[in-house]
Design a protein around this ligand. Structure first.
Ligand code: BES
Ligand code: ZN
Length: 637
């Protein structure tokens, strides 16, 4: 039986990689990982010929001109000595010079910058006389670089200029010419010069005691993929949380952030106990201005975090658990191309929830799972079946940012929860730890995980899970029938309260809601039908002051409900919210709802005009797409 399974897995791996021979790389533990199952269609790089092993950046961040300018030196490891071309990914970069080092001197090399592809950018093709060990590119970025946001002083809390990067998925190429694929890992050093009054930080060895002088040096001695390359410049100060952890934030935000995220050290310890030592030295967080388009970004040693989770009661700190969890799932073991993003985000959502359970208890962990599984069910209604599988086909011709969905996060997490339930916690924890240890500092993919799972779990514990069940989770759309939905006892009470209020049995002010936290309020709102009457909306707003709430998770549910219900009194607060915040997850549901009617779209377009200067390029792209064409009539349950 085990042999049979092995054969199936081997055959599958063969079929998957049939179009191209797999490239084998040895991980640090001597393990052999098939790290390039198929070429990454979201990169022009040819890692089977040559790989970047180390990067040296020397850049000036000009806060007035909104550019990074200087050089990137690439240390190369040739896989094919006869290759004479180095192909790099770039997007909107102004290339000044390309030189090669032959062991004695730097010499100019000839190169060509291809015309830009809308999704991929421009391939930079460099001709080499021989397999040179080093190439140096002089370049600068443009102010509209898709991976950077330059904020004017008025747009920040400390009224000083601010700049930050967001490289995932394929935006690193807009600020560094490199092999922009998660299948290639490299170490890096950097020198960043900028205004002496500002601090510069990177996804590297930031020094909590660094003095501001406008000249900063960084080193990242662990190999990382390009999407984890990160930089920020701004008026940020450091507040410690523990000996190895702390927050960087603008002075007006730093104290509140340190209090909100005080449990970070506890979280690190929980994760270490489950999955092995934290391998990155320090774990710090950078609190960005509210225009940051994501909740968080797992830049190694320095997670980038939205300020919108600082709500005063630690109720949204599962975001920190999530970004920290990526220190194992994603940063240590990385998806080799974006089709397998569930290996990053599904694993991370699972680990996140385990941390939340340990630190805050089972009730909170359950509530968060019920909310996310309900979100997945909703999302699946508008997800094409082909995109409902965990192991996606190569994302050829697609923007990896657009392929991202709840499927990778929540179905991925659910798959691991299913395995945990079937094999038992002890066995599954040991298995997951083994996955991280044997694949540390390498890139991997779904077929490799399927093989590892078959050999290390299914074959060693026969009769618990069939290969058919595994294949259903990985390769079929929808949620398998073997999935056990999460339940929350607290939500039983919330659902009852919601039903009583909706039926008119109790008024809003009579509800026993004084002890409800963020998750309970979210559930209460999500249980509402698509629309309410104006009397109902007004009653809720009067009783709970939802409009203008400082809690963005509540706002994200309340405002779309008011739009659907025609409760236009909420519009002034909606406008303030959309101008103050640029986090896509929070604002896109509101724009999407407004875009469904002509009147709503006019209002949204006017608000967007005002909000736009403060938005990140990624957010601008999403809002423009949402407001463009009139959407087909909404399909509401
Ligand atoms: N790595 C992601 C953010 C990301 C994914 C950026 C894909 C670009 C492309 C990050 O870890 C993340 O998942 N953030 C979530 C947090 C949440 C699920 C707790 C977010 O930003 O909402
Ligand atoms: Zn994530």
């Amino acid at each position: 039986m085990p042999m049979f399974r092995l054969l199936i897995a081997a055959l599958m791996a063969l079929t998957l990689s049939a179009c191209k021979p797999a490239v084998e790389t040895a991980g640090p533990a001597g393990n052999v990982v098939d790290s390039a199952d198929v070429p990454d269609p979201n990169s022009y790089a040819q890692p089977e010929r040559v790989r970047i092993e180390h990067l040296v950046l020397d850049l000036r961040a000009d806060m007035q001109a909104r550019t990074l300018a200087g050089s990137a030196e690439l240390f190369l490891k040739w896989q094919d000595d006869k290759a004479r071309e180095l192909v790099l990914d770039t997007r909107d970069l102004q290339i000044r010079s390309v030189q090669g080092f032959d062991g004695k001197a730097w010499k100019n090399l000839s190169y060509r910058l291809d015309t830009a592809d809308l999704i991929l950018g421009s391939a930079l093709r460099i001709r080499l006389p021989s397999a040179l060990p080093r190439v140096r590119i002089g370049y600068s970025t443009v102010p509209e670089a898709s991976g950077l946001q330059w904020l004017t002083p008025e747009m920040t809390s400390s009224k000083q200029a601010f700049m930050f990067s967001q490289s995932q998925a394929i935006h690193a190429r807009s600020w560094v010419p490199l092999q922009d694929t998660p299948g290639v890992r490299f170490t890096y050093d950097a020198r960043i010069r900028t205004d002496a009054s500002l601090m510069a930080l990177m996804s590297a060895d930031n020094d909590p005691k660094a003095v501001r002088d406008g000249d900063y040096r960084f080193s990242m001695p662990q190999k990382i993929p390009s999407y984890l390359l990160a930089i920020a410049v701004g008026d940020v100060v450091f507040k410690p949380i523990s000996g190895r952890s702390g927050v960087w934030a603008e002075p007006g935000v730093a104290d509140a952030a340190a209090v909100e995220f005080a449990d970070t050290e506890k979280m690190i310890q929980v994760a270490e106990k489950l999955y092995g030592p934290y391998q990155w030295g320090r774990y710090d967080m950078l609190i960005l201005p509210a225009s940051f388009p994501f909740g968080g970004m797992e830049n190694p040693r320095l997670s980038f975090i939205t300020p919108t989770v600082i709500v005063g009661d630690k109720s949204l700190t599962s975001l920190i658990a999530h970004e920290l969890a990526h220190s194992w799932s994603g940063n240590l073991v990385t998806n080799s191309s974006w089709k397998d993003i569930w290996l990053n985000e599904g694993f991370t959502s699972y680990v996140e929830n385990r941390i939340v359970e340990e630190v805050y208890g089972r009730e909170l962990a359950d509530m968060e799972n019920v909310i996310s599984q309900a979100g997945l069910a909703e999302a699946l209604k508008s997800t094409p079946p082909a995109d409902q599988v965990l192991a996606l086909p190569p994302l050829t011709g697609r923007d990896p940012d657009e392929a991202l969905s709840d499927v990778a996060y929540i179905k991925g997490q659910w798959f691991l929860m299913f395995l945990e339930q079937r094999f038992g916690r002890e066995t599954f924890d040991a298995f997951l730890r083994h996955w991280f240890t044997t694949h540390a500092f390498t890139s991997s993919h779904s077929a490799e995980f399927e093989r590892f799972l078959t050999v290390e779990l299914l074959d060693k514990h026969p009769g618990k899970v069939s290969i058919g069940e595994i294949r259903e989770w990985l390769h079929r759309p929808g949620i398998p029938s073997s999935a056990k939905p999460s339940v929350s006892s607290r939500f039983v009470a919330i659902d009852k309260a919601q039903a009583q209020w909706f039926a008119g049995d109790v008024s809003a002010s009579e509800l026993a809601s004084s002890a409800w936290g963020t998750q309970e309020w979210v559930r209460f709102l999500e249980r509402m039908p698509a629309t309410l009457t104006s009397a109902q909306t007004a009653e809720l707003d009067a009783a709970f002051r939802f409009s203008g709430t400082p809690n963005p998770e509540i706002a994200q549910r309340w405002y779309p409900l008011t739009v659907r219900s025609g409760y236009t009194s909420a519009r002034p607060e909606i406008e303030k919210f959309l101008i103050a915040i640029g986090r896509r997850k929070l604002i896109m549901p509101i724009y999407a709802e407004l875009a469904k009617t002509d009147d709503g779209r006019m209002f949204a377009t006017a608000v967007f005009e005002k909000a736009r200067p403060g938005y990140h390029p990624i957010t601008i792209g999403s809002v423009e797409a949402a407001l463009k064409a009139p959407e087909p009539k909404a399909k509401q349950p």
